[in-house]
Design a protein around this ligand. Structure first.
Ligand code: NAD
Length: 439
């Protein structure tokens, strides 16, 4: 039976409890989110009807700093999924060495069925519903599956309007000057309430590509540590969204041989598996024209399940969770899996992959490039700075190399696998921060 993502997240945590000397009470705290808000969002549809959408914001742990994590729009969103994603964010921020805790949000919706106006009203309605618990120093949302910088722009605008009207109300009630948000600088800081924003609203250069870029830096570090050459290493990437596309494109630019790609409609593999390769930019242009990667010239159509079992060296799940399970784990032929999606491998599958000697670079390290550059965006907004793209990328690279090195060291010292090393490192750091703060 496939467990829900939160059960998986708890199980991953249980597995490393043996290596950590944590008091039971503390362990019980980190096993659950600190707060989960469930909201019902009424949205006026284009036909005049009012439809209610359910959404969530889960705040797992803030010992290291404000809660941080994306907002997902998907028909399969569940409370448990959002809770799991918020817990993974806590560990991810700890691994990445940034002063944030873990949060995540989601709305049960198929955004492809909404008009642009309906999507905007839903985004704004969600912010009005969660506004009491978010802010630049409390909880900072960002994009995730099916949300992008446009959605962040609507959300930020709604948030700023809300904050301004709150200040106006306070002023008229208590009739004395409130200095908060009085000047331009303070209003600039409000922009730090969301990351992944458009550039002209305080977004950071390099944020869009950051998750994929960070994943490629991580892969480069891995092959360096394994002492193998990247020449002729073949890669299959599942998912052609923000994460999958930029990972594929940067890997391609750096000389890896990309042989298979996919989206929700299906997957493609080069006809000539020995020599052929895909140029992700060309595949993306084709997808934008036709609506899918399926049918790209010079490729065979296969299913998303078949993509996971291809004879490649590197497999990159970059779509959704629970795609490698106990059912198909034994059929994976790649010897490296880079988890660019969150939670793509179930704990049962992890054991099988481990036994088969497959190296799994865990999501909380592999896809941490996104939250690292989100942190840079937040820092730029808080300090009123704008960094060059080359600086953003350099700083991202330095952090990814450092995070990789920390986990590699833990893995070697404790004689555990990569995921266990990541959990040991992250949980230890969060628990120490909890002990240093008032619980
Ligand atoms: P996205 O919406 O931009 O893209 C998702 C992609 O997955 C699309 O190409 C879609 O067609 C494809 N897809 C959906 N269902 C599929 C299926 N069943 N099989 C194959 N492909 C399928 O989302 P994204 O931002 O790229 O996020 C992808 C994953 O990466 C998620 O797990 C997300 O939580 C994680 N992630 C995202 C970021 C970020 O910065 N966006 C950061 C860290 C982790």
């Amino acid at each position: 039976m496939i467990k829900n993502p939160f059960q998986n997240a708890q199980e991953q945590l249980n597995k490393v409890s043996f290596f950590l000397e944590i008091k039971k009470e503390l362990f019980n705290i980190i096993r659950e989110p600190q707060r989960v808000l469930e909201v019902n969002i009424p949205v006026k549809m284009d036909n005049g009807e009012i439809k209610i959408f359910k959404g969530y914001r889960s705040q797992h742990n803030c010992a290291l700093g404000p809660f941080k994590g994306g907002i997902r729009f998907h028909p399969n969103v569940t409370k448990e999924e959002v809770m799991a994603l918020s817990m993974w964010m806590t560990w991810k921020c700890a691994v990445a060495g940034i002063p944030f805790g873990g949060g995540k949000g989601g709305i049960i919706v198929n955004p492809k069925e909404l008009s642009l106006g309906e999507l905007e009203r839903l985004s704004r309605g969600y912010v009005r519903a969660i506004v009491p618990i978010i802010g630049p120093e409390t909880d900072i949302p960002a994009p995730d599956v099916n949300t992008n910088s446009q959605v962040m722009a609507w959300m930020l605008d709604e948030y700023i309007k809300n904050q301004k009207s709150k200040i106006k109300n306070q002023k008229s009630k208590i009739k004395y000057q409130i200095s908060k948000f009085e000047n331009q600088d303070d209003e600039e800081k409000l922009k730090a309430a969301f990351t992944g924003k458009p550039l002209d609203l305080g977004g950071s250069l390099g944020r869009t590509e950051a998750t994929g870029r960070g994943g490629v830096y991580c892969l480069n570090e891995l092959i360096k540590h394994l002492n193998i050459s990247k020449n002729d290493l073949t890669i299959a990437v599942q998912g052609m969204g923000n994460v999958g596309y930029y990972f594929a494109q940067l890997a391609y630019e750096q000389g890896y041989r990309l042989v298979a790609l996919s989206d929700s409609k299906g997957a493609i593999v080069v006809e000539d598996e020995k020599m052929g390769q895909l140029n992700p930019k060309e595949v993306m242009e084709y997808k934008e024209r036709t609506g899918s990667v399926v049918g790209f010239p010079g490729t065979k159509n296969i299913s998303n399940e078949e993509l996971l079992e291809l004879n490649v060296e590197i497999l990159v799940p970059a779509a959704l969770e629970n795609v490698i399970t106990e059912i198909n784990a034994g059929k994976v032929k790649a010897f490296i899996i880079i988890e660019m999606a969150n939670g793509p491998v179930t704990p049962e599958a992890d054991e099988i992959l481990n036994k088969n000697g497959i190296i799994v670079v865990p999501d909380i390290l592999a896809n941490s490039g996104g939250v690292i550059v989100s942190y840079f965006e937040w820092e730029q907004n808080m300090k009123g700075e704008k960094w060059e793209e080359s600086i953003v990328n350099e700083r991202l690279k330095a952090r990814m190399i450092n995070a990789f090195g920390n986990l590699w060291k833990t893995k070697e010292e404790k004689k555990v696998n990569f995921r266990e090393a990541a959990y040991i490192f992250a949980v230890d750091k969060v628990v120490k921060a909890m002990l240093n703060s008032k619980l």
